[in-house]
Design a protein around this ligand. Structure first.
Ligand SMILES: [Fe+2]
Ligand SMILES: [Fe+2]
Ligand SMILES: [Zn+2]
Ligand SMILES: [Zn+2]
Length: 284
């Protein structure tokens, strides 16, 4: 049992990592095959430590829970207790550890758009608080605010924003990952110099954000610019991407990736070996 806390990959886990003062990146990469390489998806969660309360943003993938729990148990002693769990939306890699977090941390309440969670966890219903845009939670010296989810894949999605260090938690926004072969695990985007944001964003469009292929992503890019500008975001902590610490440098590449991902034809998921010309020949 103790071994599982070491991680499930055949390599040391570089997380947790403090990515802004008092904000820790938790979890571990999730391996899958893609384009004949080992694709690493991130299903991150983040711990925000305030002066009076700590907050967990996202729960991580269900298979990571023992790892995330171990990281929390290491980080929390001597720090303000975990009083809040915020999840961006009702999908497994974002909230798949929700019941376990509420059970293990009895002082914590669930915040965000909490629709439907009571159906799975009626015993915790009294610990669920609805948030809407602009609602803010005081953590002591820093607050957490619900903000416009520019890239949303559910009606109930909210993004989060930490006010002191100006950190954005965009859930499925900024979704791209990295190949194991590139050794990018646990690096911030600016350190991962060989990170191909076009390619890895396109993989994510195939796997998770398929609707982006049917939308004009220029509108979403413009809206994203507006949000980043309005909030003066300094750090971006995506659930499925490397953390961004230099917004001015990396944002243009993220937007290129979104536009490329929505314009590229679907490349097939996982181990599919066929290409578009193969399909034409077979049906001819
Ligand atoms: Fe999602
Ligand atoms: Fe997701
Ligand atoms: Zn790796
Ligand atoms: Zn990785």
């Amino acid at each position: 049992m103790a071994m599982r806390h070491q991680g499930t990959l055949n390599r040391p886990n570089p997380l947790p990592r403090e990515v802004a003062p008092g904000i820790f990146w938790l979890g571990e990469c999730l391996e899958q095959r893609q384009q004949g390489k080992i694709y690493h998806g991130c299903n991150a969660s983040f711990l925000i430590v305030g002066e009076t309360a700590s907050m967990l943003v996202e729960t991580g993938h269900p298979k990571d829970f023992p790892i995330t729990e171990g990281q929390l148990n290491k980080l929390l002693p001597g720090r303000p207790p975990l009083k809040y769990l915020f999840v961006t939306h009702q999908e497994t890699p974002h909230c798949g550890g929700l019941g376990r977090v509420l059970t293990r941390f009895p002082d914590a309440i669930l915040v965000g758009d909490v629709s439907d969670y009571h159906l799975a966890f009626p015993q915790h219903e009294h610990r669920m608080r609805m948030m809407k845009e602009h609602d803010e939670i005081d953590l002591g010296g820093r607050s957490f605010r619900a903000v416009e989810p520019v890239v949303r894949d559910m009606r109930t999605t909210w993004w989060g924003f930490e006010t002191r260090e100006r950190v954005l938690f965009p859930g499925d926004g900024f979704a791209y990952s990295h190949y194991h072969e590139d050794h990018h695990c646990g690096l911030v985007a600016e350190e991962a110099t060989s990170l191909d944001l076009q390619d890895t964003t396109a993989v994510f469009s195939d796997l998770a954000l398929w609707w982006t292929k049917w939308a004009d992503m220029r509108n979403y890019c413009a809206r994203l610019d507006l949000l980043m500008e309005r909030l003066q975001v300094k750090t971006v902590c995506p659930t499925h991407g490397l953390v961004i610490t230099d917004v001015a440098k990396t944002m243009p590449k993220v937007k290129e990736g979104l536009l490329f991902g929505s314009a590229a034809a679907e490349r097939g998921t996982n181990e599919a070996k066929f290409t578009a010309p193969d399909l034409v020949e077979e049906t001819a």
